[in-house]
Design a protein around this ligand. Structure first.
Ligand SMILES: [Zn+2]
Length: 345
């Protein structure tokens, strides 16, 4: 150990002489010296020396600068996960034979939000309609990445939460109060449920704890086109209020029931503090079958898929996720991608 440190120190001193610098005085210079050491193939011996740690700090700092634009304008909590998460992923501990390679920049820490995050410049800007929130059906990217969203909340199978948590699957949930609280008859399309309303808001707290953003899908699931502005506003603001009260989080996305909306919906969504109205490009049927809303009937980069909290969701979900991966698509972190569509502006 001391011999190793001695080699490092000797190399550093040589580097210091050659480079005309004060040894150990400034971290940046020490890092430069250590890079010299690495070139001389000594670096893998200096794991225990503080020099190696400084190299890592310098490398991570450079990576953070590169990634800063992805996360800088996030604002709301929990989405600016790029640089912070990457730094922990870049310290393998134990066997650090070289400085962190670039590929470590995409390594996720085990406890951060799951899902692929956009690369710099990957995502195009999404145009807002005047001052109203933009209506988004898909994310403008060429990368093979798709996004999973799940609506309503009738069926509350704890196995599904466990699956999302254990497999680190990125999803976004749009909670509808009457479904979550099991008021009225559940969605007949779901068939007889085993866990209808079983966990109420506690179920959504578990999802929240598994890094699932809980977003706004109204109180009672009306066709908003049939309602005036005031009634729409009551449905939308009421949903945000109850989510905030029950979960302590503030929704930023709104999904109109049935995908039906008009200008009053956009005004109400804006007045209730929501940033985007989110639609979808394909729905997922029982059995994990994808029903496309586009003529070419295949997954496309940036697609947003819509599922429902239905019986057998855990099983169907497994089929779906495996299918998506077999087709060479990643699952994206929707919030990080949406942030990128606005920072592109
Ligand atoms: Zn719905």
């Amino acid at each position: 150990m001391t011999a190793v440190a001695g080699v490092a120190r000797a190399a550093l001193t040589r580097a210091a002489r050659a480079g005309d610098m004060a040894p150990i005085a400034r971290p940046v210079r020490v890092a430069t010296a250590a890079r010299f050491v690495r070139v001389a193939t000594v670096a893998r011996l200096v794991r225990v020396a503080t020099v190696a740690r400084l190299v890592r700090v310098a490398t991570v700092a450079a990576a953070a600068v590169l990634l800063a634009s992805c996360a800088a304008n996030g604002g709301s909590g929990g989405t600016a996960d790029g640089p912070g998460g990457d730094t922990t992923g870049a310290t393998p501990g134990g066997t650090a034979t070289t400085a962190a390679p670039r590929s470590d920049a995409t390594t996720r820490p085990p406890d951060g939000p799951p899902g692929a995050v956009p690369r710099r410049g990957e995502v195009k800007e999404i145009q807002a309609t005047g001052s109203l929130p933009p209506v988004i059906s898909s994310i403008p990217t060429k990368r093979k990445v798709v996004f999973l969203t799940i609506d309503d909340g009738w069926e509350q199978d704890p196995g599904f939460v466990q699956q999302v948590r254990d497999r680190r699957i990125p999803i976004t949930a749009f909670a509808m109060r009457d479904a979550v609280e099991a008021k009225g008859p559940p969605d007949p399309a779901g068939g007889p449920g085993q866990f209808v309303g079983a966990g109420k808001w506690g179920y959504f707290r578990s999802l929240r704890d598994a890094h699932v953003p809980i977003e706004n899908h109204t109180l009672t699931h009306p066709n908003l086109r049939l309602l005036g502005y005031d009634a729409q506003r009551r449905e939308i603001c009421g949903s945000s209020t109850i989510i905030r009260r029950q979960l302590g989080t503030r929704p930023t996305l709104f999904r109109p029931p049935f995908g039906n909306y008009n200008t009053d919906t956009l005004r109400a969504a804006k007045d209730c503090g929501l940033k985007s109205v989110l639609l979808w490009t394909a729905t997922v049927q029982p059995g994990g079958k994808i029903a496309y809303q586009v003529p070419d009937k295949r997954l496309r980069p940036g697609d947003i898929l819509l599922l429902h909290f239905r019986p057998n969701l855990a099983r169907d979900f497994r089929v779906l996720v495996d299918k998506i991966k077999r087709r060479g698509f990643e699952l994206g972190n929707l919030q990080a991608y949406l942030d990128a569509t606005t920072t592109a502006r």
